[in-house]
Design a protein around this ligand. Structure first.
Ligand code: NDP
Length: 281
């Protein structure tokens, strides 16, 4: 293997330490509320991790659970209560919601000022406009990781595989905004000749949810490969990148686990701090 490993665990630790230092200087304790609906085991693990991070950086962690049978009105009443609670700076609604619940309506119910996942249409709209606002955590984490390792972005060609509102689209917007200045291509399942596209990338981001989709022959020699994918295959976590073959060609690469996942969690802490500062002045 020749590629440098971009260590998301290490950088996430640095980000959390920065947040903890900033929190210790505040005259109040920011509050992060988590909402977990139903009993999906993966969601339980994710929320537990987020609560642990929140406590580590010095936030108050306020947790609510609802049964999978909860009505939409019950979930929205809980969100309304948290919107109005002065001690709550951020609201994290763990997705996906159990079938029968409308996640779009629930996310839209969250006060945009407390939308620390950055998924409310208002915040996504600010992102499209290139204005300040709460931004989705995974794209933010990818950019922070690139910056930490001094990966050149301005003027470079970035290819993102995946166009979801959660990852691919917002990341494309961020990487191409003024001041970041990459030239971005967003590929998807209807893109013709994916390998031909991805081989043009100086920065190649895989966010397709398709294990091992990106192999060495998709990668331009020396490129930086960011693997967002988290797929469970035979009980193991696998990325969207075939690590072994890609690492032979790439200049730098993120592992799964230990790459983008911890960065996503760390950016939730950054967003909660930012939400607290904006709201409380
Ligand atoms: P979605 O299913 O919402 O979107 C997947 C995107 O990838 C779609 O745009 C789809 O195209 C495209 N795609 C799927 N297969 C192919 C293919 N063979 N070739 C080209 N494009 C393809 O997924 P998410 O964006 O929510 O998540 C993507 C992955 O990232 C998942 O593995 C998820 O678990 C992971 N993830 C990881 C996070 C982290 O913190 N590390 C956070 C969030 C997600 P089309 O639009 O045409 O269907």
């Amino acid at each position: 293997m020749t590629a440098r490993i971009l260590d998301g665990n290490e950088v996430a630790g640095i980000v959390r330490a920065e947040v903890a230092e900033a929190v210790s200087a505040l005259p109040y304790t920011p509050g992060l509320a988590t909402i977990l609906v139903g009993d999906d085991p993966a969601s339980h693990v994710y929320v537990r991790g987020k609560r642990r991070d929140a406590e580590e950086v010095g936030f108050a962690s306020i947790h609510h659970e609802l049964p999978a049978t909860a009505a939409q009105s019950e979930l929205e009443a809980l969100i309304d209560g948290l919107n109005g609670d002065p001690d709550v700076d951020g609201i994290l609604l763990q997705l996906p919601l159990p079938g029968g619940l409308d996640s779009e309506a629930a996310v839209e119910r969250i006060d945009p000022a407390k939308d620390v996942d950055g998924l409310h249409p208002f915040n996504l709209g600010l992102l499209v406009l290139g204005r300040k606002g709460l931004r989705p955590c995974t794209p933010g984490g990818v950019v922070r990781l690139l910056e930490h390792y001094d990966v050149p972005i301005a003027g470079k060609r970035a290819v993102i595989v995946g166009r979801s509102f959660l990852v691919g689209r917002p990341l494309g917007l961020i990487l191409s905004e003024r001041g970041v200045d990459a030239t971005v291509t967003v590929a998807h399942s209807r893109s013709a000749d994916l390998a031909e596209l991805t081989r043009q990338a100086d920065i190649l981001v895989a966010a397709a949810g398709s294990p091992g989709l990106i192999r060495g022959d998709h990668v331009k020699p020396g490129a930086t490969v960011i693997d967002v994918g988290i797929n469970r295959v035979d009980g193991k976590l696998k990325g969207d990148v075939d690590f072994d073959s890609a690492a032979e060609v790439a200049g730098a690469i993120t592992p799964v686990p230990g790459g983008v996942g911890p960065m996503t969690r760390a950016m939730l802490m950054v967003n909660t701090l930012e939400a607290a500062r904006s709201r409380r002045g």
